[in-house]
Ligand binder design. Structure first.
Ligand code: ADP
Length: 424
């Protein structure tokens, strides 16, 4: 297949399969160009919904969608729709990339899916009981429908497999690690990998001489220390509950609080629900998990909103300090995710007290930049602060292109372009 510029190209279908949803995007490689994306929701419910967008074009299908197989059939119908479709024939899809949440300690990078990979994802269901099962369903159905098309699994955990034992071991008896695989795994790996690579491109730096900290601040939030293109520590742990204060997740708390509350009549299930869904910005403020709501309340003088925002920023700062100490030298600080990319006030709140680690934000530039990609630090700042919109789907497409079609030589040759997460 030939792209609009006459270059040979491949269309990659990127899939993210949840328990009742299916997100997809078609990316033209090596052009790194999205042809459009879609979302199927309420699979298994009375009334299902598919919405697909491509530039100005929009397609909506409302009907009952009994299971994931039917969801895939609907996606194919939408992709090949005469008026609003993204491809003229489904045979144009040359490769498929699946987002998979947990690759355990087995996968340190993306991998072409075969029976062994399917078995490993199944094995790691015990580590990610909510996410790996639907991911696996997506893989099974896609392999059935797209026979012969190379399919790649891209794990949220893979990028963090380079962490040394001192970062991934918890200070609990070793037998819990040996018997139950309890250790830090880390998540959001695909996003940290994408934005760190992109930030290095923007700053014309190479991984071999770059240390950076990337902050993925969305509804879920995590922060990662990256040395020479490799994750050396990250704030999410055995599960995504650890680390930063998030939209509705608590992040770090004293583990003894759980025993204390169990003694006072709370069940484990209730507590897990509270810590995952009713804590964080929502729990602290009692107002909302949405940064925009809290910023506007704080502006009106709401004390609880102010405290929630300050606690959020304080926790991010604390991690930046800890990671700066462990990186020895820090070159860049990267912000991404809904809050990191758009919340310029939160970026300012975080960076206001970081001059002692060499982070001098240009507050005027930070505000002006808003949600756009680019540098937001002073020219004299030893640490360059960069805003990068994340694009996990593109990173997945890049991985599929690398593994199934050998990647983009021309792109790789350009001096300032780096691909993080693959062995050189
Ligand atoms: P998820 O983890 O669900 O992918 P997102 O990365 O979309 O979440 O981030 C959601 C968060 O981003 C919300 O707290 C939301 O308030 C915040 N956000 C989105 N847009 C803006 C904006 N323009 N200004 C400030 N915050 C924003």
């Amino acid at each position: 297949m030939v792209g609009p510029d006459g270059r040979e190209c491949k269309l990659i279908l990127v899939l993210n399969c949840g328990s009742s949803s299916l997100k997809y995007e078609v990316v033209r490689m090596p052009h790194r160009q999205s042809l459009g994306k879609g979302l199927v929701e309420r699979i298994g419910e009375e009334q299902g919904l598919l919405e697909q967008k491509s530039g100005e074009k929009k397609l909506v299908i409302e009907q009952k969608i009994s299971d994931h197989k039917q969801a895939f059939e609907l996606v194919i119908r939408a992709l090949t729709d005469n008026d609003e479709g993204l491809v003229s024939s489904i045979d144009q899809i040359a490769g498929i990339g699946h987002r998979v949440v947990h690759g355990g300690d087995k996968y340190a990078s993306s991998v072409t899916i075969d029976e062994d990979v399917v078995a490993a994802i199944e094995e790691f269901i015990e580590l990610a009981p909510l996410h790996n099962p639907p991911n696996l369903t997506g893989i099974r159905v896609a392999r059935e429908i797209f026979k012969g098309v190379p399919q790649v699994a891209v794990f949220d955990t893979a990028f963090h497999q380079t962490m040394p034992p001192q970062a991934y071991l918890y200070g609990i008896p070793r037998k819990f690690y040996e018997d139950f695989k309890i250790r830090r795994y880390g998540f959001h790996g695909t996003s940290h990998r994408f934005v760190s690579g992109r930030a290095m491109n923007i700053c014309h730096r190479h991984p071999s001489n770059t240390n950076l900290i990337s902050c993925h601040l969305g509804n879920g939030a995590s922060i990662t220390a990256i040395a020479h293109g490799k994750s050396i520590d990250t704030s999410m742990g055995f599960t995504p509950l650890e680390g930063l204060i998030m939209g509705t997740r608590s992040g770090d708390i004293d583990p003894a609080i759980i025993a204390y509350l169990i003694d006072r009549g709370y069940s484990t299930k209730e507590l897990m629900n509270i810590l995952n869904k009713k804590s964080g910005l929502l729990g602290l403020s009692g107002i909302s998990n949405d940064l925009r709501d809290l910023e506007s309340e704080a502006e009106k003088g709401n004390q609880l909103a102010k405290e929630a925002l300050n606690s959020y920023a304080y926790r991010v700062r604390k991690y930046i300090g800890a990671y700066a100490a462990n990186l020895v030298k820090l070159d860049m600080l990267v912000f991404t995710g809904g809050i990191g990319q758009n919340g310029w006030k939160m970026r300012e709140r975080i960076c206001r007290r970081l001059e002692n680690v060499g982070i001098f934000m240009d507050f005027r530039l930070n505000k002006e930049k808003g949600s756009r990609e680019g540098i937001v630090s002073e020219a004299y700042s030893p640490v360059t602060v960069v805003v990068v919109p994340t694009n996990e789907e593109l990173q997945i497409a890049i991985d599929v292109y690398e593994l199934a079609f050998g990647g983009d030589e021309e792109f790789r040759r350009r001096e300032s372009d780096v691909i993080v997460g693959f062995e050189e």
